[in-house]
Design a protein around this ligand. Structure first.
Ligand SMILES: NC(=O)c1ccc[n+]([C@@H]2O[C@H](COP(=O)([O-])OP(=O)(O)OC[C@H]3O[C@@H](n4cnc5c(N)ncnc54)[C@H](O)[C@@H]3O)[C@@H](O)[C@H]2O)c1
Length: 418
């Protein structure tokens, strides 16, 4: 089966490589010519796909990477994994639209198109399908098949494998579901069919809204527990001993990444657009989340005040700038806002993150240093934003004059937790 995976990023590349490994003939298509070139040269830029795996499927010919749309002709199944960002709070579906036009122009009768990009309910049937139909001159359902299957990839998560995580599948009709389920059955251990694309689209957003709201809830709790004289971390751990009806989430400096702070707003946008009402939980969670960097800075300012030091002119080291533990990804990370606020107060701010590749550090506006004992000891305050495994926590505890620990990993007289 000739499979096209359009979009070779965090979602598309792992899918394309896995599909090639299980025996499909896969074309990894990306409009970014530099990405396509690197992939064709066997160089992976996605942490969950080792370059050795990529080279193995390139060598057998099962996988090829291209930016040339002509290489997509005669596909049996095409999967769309292009970005779906928000612009000014409004979903930007232009990447899906343009990809749909490209695929539609090469759509053969009997072929299948699946959307995986995260989006609001209705996108597959109301946006994707009409574009495919117009570009191909074919009719969805009778001439070609289509559906939605949300991605649940968790970059860097070693506990849940790509193929071991159950995959939701849907189709615009029974025949579409049948083919789409069959395709994903060849790749994933478990597929879960649902009645249609809208349910699958909504399910993905429910998953992300659930996490977003719950993380924002414990973040707000953290800001309230301290003035109440309660250790929120201990209280959450205590609550988590309940074996049912509770899921443990822990506070932090804010929710980052390209999914959690973004996807729930797709749903609140759609709700407002169609129903004219706010999705209050999501809007509240977004507001709490947005203000967590302010709270981190407020706590630091209080700590400086207690020690009779001004924030202005003080040397502050931010440890762990990525939005996620052990990841290399800086997108939407709250660390940028923490740095910006501290700089606006006149602090001399530096960052340290061993996970960010040296080549990418040049793109950061913050001066970067290594988290050495000397650097830590020379800082007036250290903020542990992300507790990457590569940090030597005992060394940080030993050398830092003061630490604001946003992850509850350190202890000692010089440590305060968020
Ligand atoms: N990264 C995750 O953890 C994750 C998890 C679940 C869902 N998602 C969703 O999956 C989708 C893709 O996310 P990602 O993280 O892989 O994005 P990404 O930015 O890493 O990759 C997307 C790729 O698509 C390419 N592209 C853009 N327009 C294209 C077009 N018309 N044709 C072909 N390629 C095109 C881009 O050049 C880029 O390489 C988004 O909707 C995202 O919300 C992401």
């Amino acid at each position: 089966m000739k499979v096209v995976v359009a979009g070779q990023g965090y979602v598309g590349l792992p899918l394309a490589v896995r599909a090639a490994e299980v025996g499909h003939r896969v074309v990894g298509y990306d409009v970014n010519t530099e990405r396509a070139r690197r992939l064709a040269a066997g160089e992976s830029y996605v942490e969950d796909v080792a370059s050795s795996r990529l080279r193995a499927v390139l060598d057998t010919g099962a996988y090829s990477a291209t930016a040339d749309a002509d290489a997509l002709a005669d596909f049996d199944i095409a999967v769309i994994t292009v970005p779906t960002p928000l612009r000014g709070g409004v979903p930007d579906l232009t990447y899906i639209e343009s990809c749909a036009r490209t695929l539609g122009g090469r759509l053969q009768p009997g072929a299948t198109v699946v959307l995986e990009s995260t989006t609001y309910p209705g996108t597959t049937e109301e946006l994707l399908l009409p574009i495919l139909e117009k570009a191909s001159g074919l009719k969805g359902g009778s001439d070609f098949l289509a559906g939605f299957s949300p991605e649940r990839i968790a970059p860097g998560n070693k506990r849940f494998s790509f193929e071991g995580t159950p995959k939701l599948v849907s189709g615009i009709d029974a025949a579409s579901l049948d083919v789409i389920k069959g395709f994903y059955d060849s790749i994933f251990q478990t597929t879960v069919p649902v009645s249609g694309p809208k349910v699958a689209e909504m399910a993905k957003l429910i998953e992300n809204v659930f996490r977003f709201v719950n993380i924002s809830l414990v973040n707000e709790l953290a800001t309230l527990a301290k003035p109440l004289g309660v250790n929120v971390w201990e209280a959450i751990d205590a609550a988590a001993t309940k074996p049912f009806g509770f899921t443990r989430f822990t506070p932090g400096p804010g929710v980052g990444g390209h999914c959690l702070p973004v996807d729930p707003l797709f749903l609140s946008w759609k709700v407002r657009q169609e129903l004219g009402v706010p999705f209050r939980f999501v809007e509240l969670a977004a507001d709490v989340n947005r203000h967590m960097p302010d709270y981190v800075v407020q706590r630091l300012a209080e700590a400086f005040q207690e020690r009779g030091m001004p924030v202005s002119g003080s040397r502050i080291l931010l440890l762990g700038l990525t939005y996620k533990i052990n990841a290399t990804d800086l997108r939407e990370s709250p660390s940028a806002r923490v740095a910006e606020l501290l700089i606006s107060l006149g602090a001399v701010v530096r960052g340290a993150d061993p996970n960010i590749p040296a080549g990418d550090r040049a793109e950061l506006t913050l001066p970067m240093v290594d988290a050495t004992a000397e650097e830590i000891a020379a800082s007036d305050a250290v903020v542990l934003l992300m507790d990457h495994a590569r940090f030597d926590l005992a060394m940080i505890e030993k050398n830092a004059p003061y630490v604001l620990d946003c992850r509850n990993r350190l202890s000692g007289p010089n440590v305060e937790t968020l």
